[in-house]
Write a protein that binds this ligand. Structure first.
Ligand code: FEO
Length: 171
């Protein structure tokens, strides 16, 4: 059984993960409109990753005898100044998600909830990867500046990204 405090915090994180999926869904649409299909593909994979994160939290709450309680999901932005600005917003968002996961770990420790702490360790590592993969694109965008050729090259590279479900994903 999980404490109400941990259950509430995990439910808030489910909301944050679903918001992340919705944000990247909106960015995917933004890139589709610009005909940057590689960028759109990258964002589409990001949507799937966020839904996989949501599924992990859901499964864990259920396994611990807790209750998933849906809440309204905020509407994300729909426009960005440039593709680079969208990726900078993505990087800032992932850093905020990392802070949120760290806060969850603090709550689990304060509640002496070892099972939640161990469960959350996966997300701590996942956020290191998430930040690194977004930052890699941010840095490439900085290097290419306003070069259309550079944008085309990055678009072609991002088209290669495929979704790899987490090893224990059962949903
Ligand atoms: Fe679920 Fe992008 O962190």
């Amino acid at each position: 059984m999980i404490s109400k405090k941990v259950q509430d915090a995990l439910n808030n994180q489910i909301n944050a993960e679903l918001y992340s999926a919705y944000l990247y869904y909106s960015m995917q649409a933004y890139f589709e409109e610009l005909n940057l299909t590689g960028f759109a593909n990258w964002m589409g994979i990001q949507v799937q990753e966020e839904l996989a994160h949501t599924a992990k939290f859901t499964k864990f709450i259920n396994e611990r005898g807790g209750r998933v309680i849906p809440k309204a999901i905020e509407c994300p932005p729909i426009e960005w100044e440039s593709p680079a600005a969208a990726f900078e917003a993505t990087y800032a968002h992932e850093q905020a998600v990392s802070a949120s996961i760290n806060n969850l770990v603090d709550i689990a420790i304060a509640e002496n909830d070892h099972a939640s702490k161990i469960f959350l360790d996966w997300f701590v590592s996942e956020q290191v990867e998430e930040e690194a993969s977004v930052n890699a694109v941010v840095q490439k965008m900085k290097l290419m500046k306003d070069s259309p050729h550079g944008l085309f090259m990055i678009d072609r590279e991002l088209a290669q990204r495929v979704f790899t479900p987490p090893a224990d994903q059962t949903t």
